[in-house]
Design a protein around this ligand. Structure first.
Ligand code: NAP
Length: 282
């Protein structure tokens, strides 16, 4: 069942899945991401709300907002848009969100559930979207050599957890800036997932012919031919790589769209799980 159908089913039972995004400061890129999250919620018939606060909000002020959202029965998913201003302790903010409303999947409880395979937790949206995409395209993951470039808590590490879990069954290598001979690793990959944040660093000669290449990177580079003076590129040199790979995701328009879709799916599941808990408590 797709997300819109699940929303309709919940609404028929009087539950409107609700996502609240907290946006601190006026970073233009963050404002764009938050805007599209709110729009997608509304398109799907969900309740989407953004709480905007100035960059000089205190740690206590931000934690108080999280506490209110934790307590609200209309809010099923809470997302604090990163990055936060330097004076805010982001780890404390993430840990304050109730794990059952942490639809971003960054709370340590959800990170633990992901690694031990407990399915009622939430996986981070970008890696979950990548896995969904691979499965939707019938990519053979079982027994495949999957090489991930990047080991962040947002993408690389949870991606590894998802690819190695039983049922997905890839053999996973996680590489990073200290990896010796990166190209030697990437050339072994049947599935290459790149999340390094380095514009076009993976070149065609680093890709095994026929590999599936997922480009998570989003890098803005100068381009005087554009009206804006810049354009978005991935971590993979797309034009050359598409001649070598069997499947490859473009940037923009690839992984980014999946991230929002998975956020919506997590919020709908949070709403369904919350209604189940209420029913079993009554
Ligand atoms: P991050 O926290 O900066 O992590 C980057 C990782 O790449 C680090 O583990 C780093 O290694 C590794 N790395 C950097 N340079 C490398 C090199 N030359 N060789 C091998 N490894 C290298 O970034 P992130 O948050 O994971 O994001 C990665 C990219 O994905 C960014 O471009 C970001 O904008 C994009 N992104 C896109 C979406 C989406 O929805 N499409 C979502 C999230 C992120 P060390 O650990 O050794 O430093």
């Amino acid at each position: 069942m797709d997300v819109a159908e699940r929303v309709a089913e919940l609404r028929a039972r009087g539950i409107v899945p609700g996502l609240t995004v907290v946006l601190v400061g006026d970073d233009p890129a963050s404002a764009v991401y938050v805007g599209s999250k709110e729009r997608t919620c509304i398109e799907l018939g969900m309740h989407g709300e953004t709480i905007r606060r100035p960059a000089d909000i205190t740690q206590e002020g931000l934690l108080a907002i999280i506490d209110q959202l934790n307590a609200s029965s209309n809010v099923h998913g809470i997302l604090v848009q990163m990055p936060l201003p330097k004076h805010i302790d982001s780890d404390e903010v993430v840990r304050r969100i109730r794990p059952d409303k942490d639809v971003d999947g960054f709370h340590p409880v959800n990170v633990g559930k992901l690694w031990i395979g407990e399915r009622n937790g939430f996986a981070p949206c970008t890696p979950a979207g990548v896995l969904y995409m691979l499965q939707a395209h019938n990519v053979q993951t079982s027994g495949a050599q999957c090489v991930i470039v990047g080991r962040s808590n947002i993408v690389g590490k949870p991606m590894a957890a998802l690819m190695v879990q039983p049922g997905v069954d890839s053999t996973v290598t996680v590489s990073h800036s200290r990896t010796r001979d990166l190209a030697e690793q990437t050339r072994r990959a049947d599935i290459l997932i790149v999340a390094a944040g380095r514009a076009e660093m993976v070149t065609a000669d680093m890709i095994k012919p026929g590999a599936v290449v997922i480009d998570v990177g989003m890098n803005r580079i100068a381009d005087p031919s554009k009206k804006s003076g810049s354009r978005l590129v991935g971590d993979v040199a797309f034009e050359a790589a598409r001649g070598v790979a069997s499947l490859i995701t473009p940037v923009p328009g690839g992984v980014g769209k999946m991230t929002i879709a998975m956020l919506m799916a997590n919020t709908v599941r949070a709403a369904a799980q919350s209604s189940q808990r209420e029913q079993s408590a009554s």
